[in-house]
Design a protein around this ligand. Structure first.
Ligand code: NAI
Ligand code: MG
Length: 343
């Protein structure tokens, strides 16, 4: 049997980093069939659609996809909708998972290994906005159902982490702003607490989002698994990426019941696109998350080890203070995947 992985490079540096991630997947030796698909601003200009039905069908058919990034037009364009937001909706990708792990690069903090579970379907991020004259209003919808689902996903992940540890415990931190948003974040906090009560192997705590931002800068090693609402997770996870080398190395997963889409956290980076210097590590680590989803955790670990060995050997793109190109970093990772004894 072979796996099918849908590849959606999208715009800008997506065209450079997704092929790199696909090469890394292929170099694991796993039987993988790649199914290319189109989406994004370039696709919209060519076809009038940012996310063609054929792409949605391909993602559904494969069950897992690697997505690069797309470029948003600066002004609202009739008919254009961000493909990743549309996919999150189409496939009910309710959990946005963003791991942060220390890397052997000069501006990474040491000793970090935590993960943010961000609710991905509602809250302030869903863009329910309206304008009433000179007043602009955004609606922040929080539901028990969505809070329960993200809580369960975070608790399951925390329980797996606990199982892999000698001490056998893991910390779940609920991040919210229930002191001010008592109704919405109150429901979120209470719902997560109810779900987490069944996971006796977890130490469950909570933190206001502003305090969480402070501790993320001052003492990030205190975090293990964070669960939070959509916009807070969006912001905190970019801050977290900054602790270990920046946007170029940050991977993410969008998990749904039947489909999962994996993407580097960064965007299309128009300032460096086409120069061959985009950092492929965020995309390659996203491919490792994809293998985790497929149950191929050994191979996912091999990719992470090859990435660490590459960065540790000072093969780095300019955003990490190096001089290597996208291709050189990718080849260095693949060489280490192919030559290391991993059995
Ligand atoms: P960005 O992430 O594209 O770039 C921010 C900075 O990080 C830039 O200086 C860029 O050069 C650098 N950077 C990003 N990825 C890098 C990589 N792989 N290697 C080295 N350096 C890298 O964010 P920005 O500039 O705010 O947005 C650019 C476009 O991307 C916009 O149209 C935005 O809407 C879109 N975007 C799309 C996302 C998605 O498709 N999921 C996510 C974020 C932004
Ligand atoms: Mg973001």
């Amino acid at each position: 049997m072979s796996y099918r992985v849908c590849l959606i490079p999208g715009d800008g540096v997506g065209q450079e980093v997704i092929p790199a991630a696909a090469e890394a997947l292929a170099a694991t030796g796993l039987p993988i069939e790649f199914v290319p698909a189109d989406a994004g601003w370039g696709c919209f200009e060519r076809t009038g659609e940012a996310l063609p039905d054929a792409t949605v069908d391909a993602v559904r058919h494969c069950g897992v996809a690697l997505f690069g990034a797309t470029q948003s037009p600066l002004r609202k364009v009739e008919g254009y909708r961000s493909p990743i937001l549309a996919m999150r909706r189409a496939f009910d990708l309710y959990a946005n998972v963003r791991p942060t792990r220390s890397l052997p690069v000069p501006d990474s903090r040491p000793g970090l290994d935590f993960v943010i579970f961000r609710e991905n379907t509602e809250g302030l991020y869903s863009g329910r906005e309206r304008r009433d004259g000179d007043t602009a209003i955004a609606e922040r919808v929080i539901t028990r159902a969505a809070s329960e689902r993200i809580a369960r996903a975070a608790c399951e992940a925390a329980a797996r982490r606990a199982a892999g540890r000698e001490a056998g415990r893991a910390r779940l931190t609920i991040v919210h702003k229930a002191n001010v948003l008592g109704i919405t974040d109150g429901l979120f906090r209470d719902t997560v607490r109810e779900v987490a009560a069944a996971y006796t192997m977890l130490d469950v705590g909570e933190m206001l989002v502003d305090a969480a931002a402070m501790w993320l800068v001052k003492d990030p090693a205190r975090f293990d698994v964070i669960v939070t609402t959509n916009l807070f997770g969006d912001i905190l996870s970019d801050a977290a990426a900054g602790l270990v080398g920046g946007l170029g190395v940050a991977p993410s997963a969008n998990l749904g019941p039947a489909v999962a889409v994996f993407e580097p956290v960064h965007g299309s980076a128009p300032d460096i696109a086409g120069q061959g210097v985009a950092n492929p590590i965020g995309a390659i680590l996203s491919a490792a998350l994809l293998l985790d989803r497929l149950g191929e955790t050994t191979h996912a670990g091999r990719i992470r080890a090859a990435v660490d060995a590459t960065l540790g050997a000072d093969v780095r793109t300019p955003d990490l203070g190096g001089t290597a190109t996208t291709g050189e970093v990718t080849r260095a990772v693949i060489e280490r995947l192919e030559t290391r004894d991993w059995r």
